[in-house]
Structure formats: structure tokens, C-alpha cells
Ligand binder design. Sequence first.
Ligand code: MD3
Ligand code: FE
Length: 208
Amino acid sequence: MKFFPGHLEQGEQKEILSQLVSAIDQAPFFVPRMPKTGKSFSVRMTNLGPLGWVADKEGGYRYQSTHPETGQSWPEMPQKLLQIWDELTGCPVPPEACLVNYYATTAKMGLHQDRDEETFDAPVLSISLGDRARFRLGGKTRKDKTSSFELSSGDIVMLDGETRLAYHGIDRVLPHSSQLLSGYPEHFPDGGRINLTLRRVTAYSPTR
Ligand code: MD3
Ligand code: FE
């Protein structure tokens, strides 16, 4: 794992946030649900780019090219995000999915692995915006020791190599710890936190 604390300046955070707000108007947040139980996630989600991660009781966890409620294609991935991917990962192919997670002040995400992708060779890049959160990272099995640290607005984490299949989660958001989302009270009335994860879903094959 590589941690880039404060990688994005406030102006860059605001630029990304304004592009996200336009995208959310096109592809509203949906509530993901657990595959067998149908239990709701407390995090709301949407996606940018050719593929998006979705979750429901009937179809389980998967990537698809359309929004589960509107049936429309996901909005394009902003150039700024593609640039950050190139700069930090050095990956020869662009990301295919940008999952947008929105945490209202009481939302959290239990310990899990990200393993719905066809390939684990490419890194996952995580960008935090808005309120700070306590992030937990463990090992490749659920029993491994975990450690936790705080993620702040503008921080970027790259999960590659050994950490790509590590268990991780968000224990809690620290309410009102950032003013970034205050610029959009109609979208984010109580602040909260946005996390973007840029992902490669399909295996890179030069003949494809
Ligand atoms: C470690 N998101 O979307 S980002 C997720 O802050 C997710 O919203 C959290 O876990 C969030 O799946 C954590 C940091 C992160 C992202 C992907 C990872 C950590 C990871 C993939 C593998 C290992
Ligand atoms: Fe994850």
C-alpha cells in the first residue's frame, strides 16, 4: 500500500467535487443491498466510467455498464481522475470503473475484500473527499491483525501487490471535520464523506 497524504490541494478537491455533483445529477446515488439477505448498505453509491459496481439481493455483487435504476450508461470519468491514475499508478491501461461512495455522518463499511474484479494485477486507487474517517486495514484473511488510521480530504491511497486483496473497511466518519461538502447543501445537507475508488475490472490483453 502507498499512502499519499494531502495529495490533492483544496482547489483540486473542489474541482473534482463539482464534476462529481454534475455526475450525480445524471446518475443518482443508489442504495446497494447484500446478495442473500437484501440488507441495505449504509453507504450510498454511484459510478463513473465504462463499468460500475452494483449490488442487489437478486443479482449479487457485480460490475455492469448501466445504472441499476435509470438503466443509463454511467457518466464519463473526468480527465482529472484519469490523470491522477496515470501519474500515481503508472499502469499502462486506464481505470474502467470509478466507484463513488457517499458516507452520511453515521454510515460505515464493514471489513471486506474487493474481489469482484476479473484481475487483481492492477492497483486500486482511493481518493477521500470531505469529512475524515477511520480506515481499517488487515491482511489477506479475516483473522489477520488489523490496524487503523485516519483518512482526510485530499488523501490518496494506492492498494497494490500484497494489499490488493487485504481486508479493509471504514469504522466511522468524524462528523463536521471538513467544510468541503458545505458548498453543496442541497446534495450534502449534513456534510459527510465521499470516497472514489478507481479500478481496473477486466484483464489487460494487448489483442483485445
Ligand atoms: C484495500 N471503500 O469501495 S477506500 C470500497 O473509504 C471501499 O469508501 C472504502 O472499501 C471507502 O470497496 C475504503 C480504501 C480502499 C479501497 C480499495 C481497497 C482500500 C482497499 C482494495 C483492497 C484493499
Ligand atoms: Fe473495498
